[in-house]
Ligand binder design. Structure first.
Ligand code: SF4
Length: 386
């Protein structure tokens, strides 16, 4: 059996990233440092938040992108930072961004995960060649992995993390727009988080869903597409149709321009770089005028992770300190590489987010990783994420 030697650095997963109207991260970081030096809001922070701001200022002064573990505002973070109008939101954004970017390397834990990724649906209408939705042991209904989240479960999660967690993503294993409650879910998040992100293949995007996204204050919407021509697109995104996706995104833009022209939403087309036929320049030329950002993310080989031999990676996985996944049925998982929930630490229906994040089950996973024993965990033993 082939053993993958590839290491997938979660924090560097963008292979290509293009912002329209790109600014220099150094110049922008200096501006942010000046902003922090002048801010009076810092006096209102608690001790842990003040400490984080001191660390941010120290790192921003260095402006050194050659060292690991320094807090650097990459272009996508700078764009996000600049969408906030008031001082408190800007500072809270930096604090939460620091927890998300740095805590996985310093192995620090706060009471809540920096990001909670909630899955409205594990069902997908596509069968993309690079996705575990092609694994029939996952999609076979009899195995219990397929379903959509009840609105009441969603509300229960949101009530627990409101004012505690600032970054949430509505997407994980399936296509979120499959959920019949998707619009109501968005409505329930409105005004409660600094950063709500959605990932969608855009195939089910229509005028009504565009209104739901734009009126709820979603910060980032990521349209998943990996090619710039119909033939390659349909080969990669099986069941997909490029013209339809394109028209849905155009329609979304029409709704945005007509009814929400002041919305501070960031749009991105993001593809998985899977084959040598894909070309980033083609992607930029095709999608660049329709969205704010175009990106390629690295392909993370997931196939046979449950059966493969250990790959001998001993670096701890950053996801264990960065984000928590909550599946449609309330099951809590540390990542979506483990799409069949072997590592699940419990269920939101029996325990709250904070208790799960700090639970002995989660701690056991983190300890195995810090003690260089991830080979004792399946699928961590053959997973390349660090
Ligand atoms: S399978 Fe293990 S190593 Fe891989 S992403 Fe999940 S927690 Fe991290």
């Amino acid at each position: 059996m082939e053993i993958s030697k590839k290491i997938f650095k979660k924090k560097d997963s963008f292979l290509h990233f293009k912002n329209t109207g790109k600014k220099s991260w150094k110049v922008e970081s200096e501006k942010i440092l000046n902003f922090l030096n002048k801010s009076n809001y810092l006096n209102t922070l608690n001790d842990q938040e003040k400490d984080i701001i001191l660390r941010i200022k120290k790192d921003l002064k260095l402006l050194d992108d050659s060292k690991d573990n320094l807090f650097l505002l990459k272009n996508n973070s700078i764009v996000e930072f600049n969408t906030y109008d008031n001082e408190s939101d800007k500072i809270q954004y930096l604090i939460h961004r620091y927890r998300y970017d740095i805590f996985p390397s310093t192995k620090e834990l706060y009471d809540y995960p920096p990001l909670v990724q909630i899955e409205p649906s594990s069902i997908c209408n596509f069968r993309c060649v690079f996705c575990f939705e092609t694994d029939k042991t996952f999609t076979n209904k009899k195995n219990g992995h397929m379903g959509t989240m009840q609105l009441e479960v969603f509300k229960k999660i949101i009530d627990q993390i409101h004012n505690k967690v600032q970054f949430i993503t509505l997407a994980s294993r399936g296509e979120p727009l499959v959920s019949k409650d998707f619009n109501n879910m968005l409505k329930y998040t409105a005004g409660k988080f600094l950063n709500v992100k959605i990932n969608t293949n855009a195939s089910l995007l229509n005028e009504e869903k565009s209104h739901a996204i734009l009126s709820s204050g979603v910060k980032t919407v990521v349209f998943s597409a990996d090619a710039a021509d119909e033939k390659l697109y349909s080969k990669l995104r099986v069941n997909g149709n490029l013209t339809k996706t394109l028209n849905n995104i155009k329609k979304f833009n029409e709704v945005k321009n007509k009814h929400y022209s002041k919305a501070k939403i960031i749009t991105r087309v993001s593809g998985v770089k899977f084959s040598s036929d894909q070309n980033f320049e083609d992607m930029e030329n095709f999608w660049g005028s329709l969205v704010d950002q175009v990106a390629f993310v690295d392909y993370n080989p997931w196939e046979n992770n449950y059966e493969k031999e250990p790959n001998n990676i001993t670096t701890a996985c950053s996801d264990l300190w960065r984000r928590m996944f909550i599946w449609w049925d309330g099951k809590v998982n540390p990542c979506d590489v483990d799409y069949k929930s072997n590592l699940s630490v419990g269920n939101i229906l029996n325990k709250n987010v904070k208790d799960l994040w700090l639970s002995k089950e989660y701690e056991n996973l983190r300890n195995k990783h810090t003690q260089k024993k991830r080979s004792e965990l399946t699928p961590c033993k053959s997973c390349s994420v660090v």
